[in-house]
Write a protein of this length. Sequence first.
Length: 448
Amino acid sequence: MKKFLKILIIIVIAAAAAVAAYMYFKKPVQDAPQITFRTEKVAVDNVRRTISATGTVEPEELVNVGAQVNGKIMSFGKDADGKTVDYGSKVTKGMILAQIDDVTYKADLQEKEAQLEQANASIISAEAAINEADANGKLAASNWERAQRLFKQGSMTLSDYETYQNNFFVSRAAQAKAQASLAQAKAQKSIAEAALVKARRNLEYCTIISPVDGVVIDRRVSVGQTVVSNQTASSIFLVARDFNKMQVWVSVNEADVGAIKPGMKVIFSCDAFPNMEFAGQVHRLRLNATLSSNVVTYIVEVNADNKSGKLIPYLTANVKFVRAEELNAMTVPVNALRFTPPPELQTAPVPELKRREGVLWVVDKGGKVRPVKVKLGLTNNIITAIKSDEIKAGDAVVTGINRQLPGKAKMSDGSTKNPFMPNMPKRRARGSAGQRERAAERAAQGGK
């Protein structure tokens, strides 16, 4: 009996040792990390190297329509749609925008017209005086000649002789005075004509007309408001000319301004249209730099087409100056070109590379990867353009390795968990399923 017990104990010990050995040698295999590869697909995209900045959408030409006379705004004109001129109204050149009270200016015009007529009458009077002075001068000259002959003959007294002589010189002076009066009358006429032109123009200024075809951006007065024009014209309307063309005034840092050239391609977007891109080109660089917080910036004017009519003044634009670009190129993430797998996962060694070449890794048979040499194009530090005969758009390239660490136990639902973490109780289902579970629990406890 003792011998049987010894044999049984030996058998149990041997079985336990076998099970322990099996578990010991099997555990490293079960706990070995599982390796999978992170991949990204080769895409077709545009790669650009750009300079980023912000700017403001501005009309290409903005006309400030003002008043050159003083007076009350009596009414506004009609726009191209037949409505009263207001914000956003479309106007054409010569269209009436506003009317200023013109009663005073009409009265002034009538006064200047009367002054001109008076000046014309003065000219006629001066001309008549000249004719009279000429006639008197001829008579005085004739009498003076006759007096000289008679005085020599002794037939005229000295007193009469001097009288005729005096009359001759007086007539000469009267002729000169008449000529001066005519010149003065003509000068008064010129002054009256100039005053009349000014009065007529002031009366015309009472009607504010649009100098260009465009759209009213701002209306700065209301009916009944009095405008006062001093040395500068009072601003009444702002009219943007030709909304089909807009400009973006971009503030560019001095570190980037050296790369900005006229004609450079520009793309920009506005927060009002987040899913749209607009195109433009650099028009010119303004040389009047500004200094703010020790930062020097320059204004770059960008011309943009606005035939769609979506761009409106004063939108904030997120601008990119395109220094270089490759359109519709095969692209990969830059981390795909930086990835190098461990030697044991490579089916072939890394090939020798020349300038502007790189290596991409693709998944091969047996859970390993093989290298593919590609030619490198333009990069923006996020994606890089590539060229290769072995890779096409849609292929997957490796960007990294995922390792499942040991100690991750597999649950019945296929998920993994850390065995050292506490088991959280399951939440009871709501609704009818939860009621059935609770009923089953009460039945198991004897109906409690």
